[in-house]
Design a protein around this ligand. Structure first.
Ligand SMILES: Cc1cc2nc3c(=O)[nH]c(=O)nc-3n(C[C@H](O)[C@H](O)[C@H](O)COP(=O)(O)OP(=O)(O)OC[C@H]3O[C@@H](n4cnc5c(N)ncnc54)[C@H](O)[C@@H]3O)c2cc1C
Length: 386
């Protein structure tokens, strides 16, 4: 379709309807702002980072900045649940465990951080883990931190709830409309798609693994690496032990970190964090799971959860957009305060989406936020001029 000559005007344009963009649109619409959310594919598509049944929610981070942000996010998720009338965050508790020296430091750091922030937790030795959570098999030297504040976010449902509630408050959502260019011009920003030109007071770029394609048009690049990850489901053979009432989410700190979720009806879901399949661009992801990775995951499950069927099922791929240090980047472009970039994946962003959306809505309206994102305001330090 040809670009029409007359531009449409919005107060804010959000580019990308994954977890972050849909959350930003939800908060802006809730604040009574006139907002347009543009998505190049359909809402809920499976080529980016936010699709699938579930994501881990937890306070349990070694790094206090993320733990604090997660603590601010929990009431916001509950607010979204109340407004949507849906269950979105299932509290299961979480187990951060290690049974080799490589993992002990991380687990100890998690405990120290929770202690410092006054969050509830329990230190468990291997015997105590076996007694409380017999589904996990760990060596005698193992230890774990149990945190009651962890659980499962129903990811697809969360994104749909953000979009639905944003629309109910007047947000305009255009699917299958890719942004080609962004032109800041003083107090306004022009956004160009194949179909239309839009004028806005400010633009939020929440384009996930595609962020550099948009920044290139502005003469910038971020040092990001895109990684294709995969998860798979393992049949619990009808055992009630693996249901969320009994089994917590878990993170197993080891050379290749493993994590997983109890059985919500489709089996126990598990994956490796940073399995190491790097792509040159987000469009290279063909959605095909890697057979060798699945075999490795099946072997892990066989060793650690002997009661599960170790045959991987319903595998799906998903993208991480990694900053060099895995910290988020949420900031205005240097000398362009009305273009805000939020590239907060690095494989652990979903749990914060509701808070990051709030922070983005605050930043474009007021230039500041009470959300704990100071550590992410570092675009100038990372941006490379093309
Ligand atoms: C396998 C896996 C497991 C994970 N597990 C967890 C977990 O347990 N807990 C946790 O907290 N986090 C987890 N994460 C990370 C979390 O899911 C991501 O941080 C988060 O979903 C990123 O959301 P996003 O909105 O930045 O990116 P995306 O979801 O990719 O959204 C970006 C959107 O922008 C659109 N877009 C791009 N360019 C354009 C354009 N030019 N015009 C219009 N639209 C455009 C894209 O199509 C896309 O829909 C996991 C990620 C993966 C891959």
């Amino acid at each position: 379709m040809a670009v029409t000559s007359s531009a449409q005007t919005f107060e804010y344009v959000v580019i990308g309807a994954g977890a972050m963009g849909s959350a930003a649109a939800y908060h802006l619409a809730r604040d009574g702002r006139r907002v347009l959310l543009l998505e190049q594919f359909a809402v809920g598509h499976t080529r980016g980072s936010s699709h699938g049944e579930s994501r881990i929610f937890r306070f349990a981070y070694p790094n206090a900045d993320y733990a604090q942000l997660a603590m601010q996010c929990k009431p916001l998720w509950r607010q979204l649940e109340a407004e949507s009338g849906e269950r979105l965050l299932i509290e299961t508790g979480g187990l951060d465990l290690a049974d080799d020296p490589e993992g002990f430091n991380a687990v100890d750091e998690v405990a120290r951080t929770l202690e410092r922030l006054g969050a509830a937790y329990a230190l468990l030795d291997a015997e105590q883990v076996r007694a409380r959570f017999p589904m996990f098999s760990m060596s005698r030297e193992g230890r774990a931190v149990y945190s009651p504040d962890a659980g499962i976010l129903l990811a697809d449902r969360c994104v749909r709830a953000f979009v639905r509630l944003a629309q109910a408050q007047g947000a305009v959502v255009h699917e299958h409309e890719a942004v080609r260019a962004i032109h800041p011009e003083g107090a306004h920003v022009w956004v160009e798609t194949a179909q239309q030109r839009y004028r806005a007071r400010a633009v939020i770029i929440t384009a996930g693994a595609w962020v550099n394609a948009l920044l290139a048009g502005l003469g910038f690049a971020l040092p990001l690496r895109i990684e294709r990850e995969q998860v798979a489901y393992f049949d619990a053979r009808g055992s009630a032990e693996f249901r969320p009432e009994r089994m917590p989410i878990w993170i197993h700190y080891r050379a290749l970190i493993a994590y997983g979720f109890p059985d919500l009806g489709n089996g126990v879901k598990a994956g490796f964090h940073h399995a190491g399949h790097y792509l040159n661009s987000a469009d290279e992801n063909n959605g095909q799971p890697d057979a060798a990775d699945l075999e490795r995951l099946g072997n892990y499950i066989r060793m650690r959860f002997p009661a599960l069927d170790p045959t991987p099922r319903n595998a799906l791929t998903c993208l991480y957009t990694n900053a060099p240090d895995e910290d988020f980047i949420i900031d205005a472009l240097p000398s362009v305060p009305n273009v805000i970039v939020a590239s907060p994946c690095s494989g652990h962003g979903f749990k914060f989406a509701v808070g990051i959306g709030r922070a983005l809505a605050d930043l474009v309206q007021h230039g500041e936020t009470s959300l704990h994102i100071r550590h992410t305001r570092r675009l100038a330090a990372l941006l490379q001029q093309l």
